[in-house]
Unconditional design. Sequence first.
Length: 393
Amino acid sequence: MQTQRNGGRRSHGSGGLIVKGGAYYGKWRVDGRQVMRRLGPVRHPATHDGLTKTQAEARLRELMASVTEPPATERITVQEAAERLLAHLEAMGRKPSTLRAYRSKLKAQIGPRLGEKQLGRVAREDVERFRDGCLRDGLSAKYTANALGFLHGVFEFAVRKGWATSNPCRYVDTPKALDSETAIRFLEPGEVEDLLAAVPDSDYGRVQRALYLTAVMTGMRQGELLALRWQDVDWPAQRIRVNRNYVRGQFGTPKSRRGRSVPLADRLGGELDRLYKASAFQADDDLVFGNPHTGKPMNGHTLTRTYQAALKRAGVRQVRFHDLRHTFGTRMAAAGVPMRTLQEWMGHRDFKTTLIYADYAPGAHEVELVNGAFAFDDADDTAIIRHSTKRVG
């Protein structure tokens, strides 16, 4: 690509104009480093679009006065900025599970691909190559989008701290998840019964059967179920109060950061009552779904394996444990529970998340409305729709 330089030699430190690809660019140095910014398109003769050379010079001077690069002592790398952001988020009380997810993406993808680059040397094209490389390596669009989201946060944090002047992620397109990545999967009522019947009749089996039924009939997350205590089960009020979460060996708050309560249906209340009477751990602080021999929290990986084995024995299609939560959401929507109520029951912070179940909700009198709109006078099944046209003179 040809580059046209404008004007003669300029004084040191006053910058310079170049024309590249039909646009003016300004170049200057700050702290020994070259800075280049696009100023705008070149105005062609007999038109009013674009910049004249005088206007480009003026814009260059404005940019030189406003744009500064961080000093040499703060020319930190993407890796360093990410670690500082993580430390900041931890100090601000961000959930440990969220921090672990960020650190995982930093270690597995962002660090190896961009970690050693200085913030000021990362361009939009570098971020696009990062995105394309993740997808090329077989990572899902959803995972890649999440990694880009964290990288975007790193640069926004760096801009606020004065370590960078711009965020190169801002104009990078985020990959869209495939339908298979976002599709809701759930069990039909008959499949739920088959799953419960396939659970072995043992100490562990009693806990697992009650756990699966609670997941299906309350929509609680796995971590919320593992943290549930007997004091959280309110039989007289027929409510289960969700106040805690257990993820990766640590108790914390639910994902939505605030407690909630969900209805305790009769069948589930009876199942939990039988589990309570058979349990050796009945104190208020004891876990409902703890290890039947120690009372300690159940291991999440072990729970997943036993759940998948139960599905296989039942001859039920393999769905994730989290899809038991979707089973609750779809069944409640189909039963006509208002979306706002369902949002509260499921602990969604964002109403848009709850709307994934809207397609399963029956519309009030929808069939009657359609029938009424197409009701014809003819007694038989044939009718002629007459179109009237209005002519404009």
